[in-house]
Design a protein around this ligand. Structure first.
Ligand code: HEC
Ligand code: HEC
Length: 293
């Protein structure tokens, strides 16, 4: 008797849960398909959506930054460098003491916001991770190719100091002009493992695939293995090694591809493809990937 009642309760509970789940999924699909959720940046997310995304971001950063070892931070030279780098690369979106963010920093969604309280919410290794990797779908860029290891820690040291700075303190500390030095330690070791058509490719194709996204190549080209929309501003970058010519005039060698990627106008003054500021070693890795596809 008792056993059959328990069975009935379990059965009712399962049916209720499945029905509720089905209704929620159907509702969600309708909202998605009809386009009712306002994707525009001129309105805010609904608070529950915002809170869910924010918590997911926090959880992800904490998880990914767990094993990073923090060096000692805060000597005066490092702080000055960090402040200068912050003014150059971060203040246009995040602002600073008595320094407003630019028009685009003010009207992005989510709003970048001031970082005066960031050190209270994030450990140094988490600030390092955010700065290095950025935040998907938010407008926070990844700096791993533009700021070297030491410079990234300098920015983190500055963020830790930011809560103590008034407008004058910030202006003084950030007064120095700095040129960001890309991290030479990231230059990939020469590897001989990637053979195409009998020729050995220099560079690290795996790293090349990863950094293509940070030079925005996939915004104009459809590239095998790289996530993006189907675009055809430039031709799909597929099978380059098997083409008779690339870029309309070059034999498909690695050196030619590197030269093209770094400076298309030096090869064809009428080329529409912009020079994306790709370093020599990054171009080597990217070309190794493209020639292997
Ligand atoms: C193009 C605009 C832009 C630039 C430039 C930029 N950021 Fe951001 N940043 C954002 C946006 C957007 C967010 C996401 C805010 C959110 O999710 O609430 C963000 C978030 C952050 C966060 C997490 C903030 C928090 O309170 O949780 C940190 C830390 C950060 N940025 C550091 C930096 C540093 C350091 C630099 C410079 C090296 C920088 N950002 C440059 C747009 C920018
Ligand atoms: C703003 C759009 C744009 C971006 C960004 C861009 N390209 Fe291009 N790319 C083009 C166009 C357009 C062409 C065709 C030649 C021309 O007119 O410039 C081209 C041509 C090429 C070619 C020759 C293709 C062929 O079929 O012969 C290669 C290789 C190439 N791009 C690689 C890259 C790489 C790698 C990146 C990232 C570092 C990149 N492109 C970024 C627009 C772009």
């Amino acid at each position: 008797m008792a056993a059959s009642r328990t069975r009935l309760i379990v059965k009712t509970a399962v049916i209720t849960l499945l029905t509720a789940g089905g209704i929620a999924a159907a509702g969600g699909y309708t909202v998605y398909q009809a386009g009712w959720y306002d994707i525009g940046a001129s309105t805010q997310h609904l608070q529950p959506v915002y809170s869910l995304l924010e918590q997911a971001m926090h959880n992800s950063v904490r998880h990914h930054a767990k094993t990073i070892v923090t060096p000692s931070l805060g000597d005066p030279a490092q702080l000055r460098r960090g402040a200068g780098l912050y003014r150059e690369h971060c203040a246009q979106c995040h602002g600073g003491p008595a320094a407003p963010p630019s028009a685009h920093g003010q009207s992005m969604q989510p709003v970048p916001g001031p970082l005066v309280d960031a050190a209270a919410r994030w450990k140094p290794r988490e600030l390092y991770w955010i700065t290095r990797h950025g935040i998907k779908m938010s407008g926070m860029p990844a700096w791993e190719l533009r700021l070297g290891e030491a410079d990234t820690w300098a920015v983190v040291a500055f963020l830790n100091r930011l809560p103590d700075l008034d407008a004058a303190g910030y202006r003084t500390l950030a007064a120095n002009d700095v040129a960001a030095a890309p991290d030479s330690s990231q230059a990939s070791a020469v590897t001989g493992g990637n053979a195409t058509g009998g020729a050995l490719l220099r560079g690290d194709a795996g790293r090349g695939k990863k950094i293509i996204g940070q030079y925005a190549c996939q915004s104009c080209h459809t590239i095998p293995g790289v996530t993006g929309s189907e675009v055809d501003v430039g031709r799909p970058l597929k099978g380059l090694a098997r083409r008779p010519v690339i870029a309309g005039r070059l034999a498909p060698t690695q050196d030619n591809l590197i030269a093209w990627i770094r400076n298309p106008q030096a090869i064809d003054p009428r080329a529409a493809m912009p020079a994306m500021g790709v370093t020599e070693s990054d171009a080597r890795d990217i070309s190794a990937y493209l020639l292997s596809k």
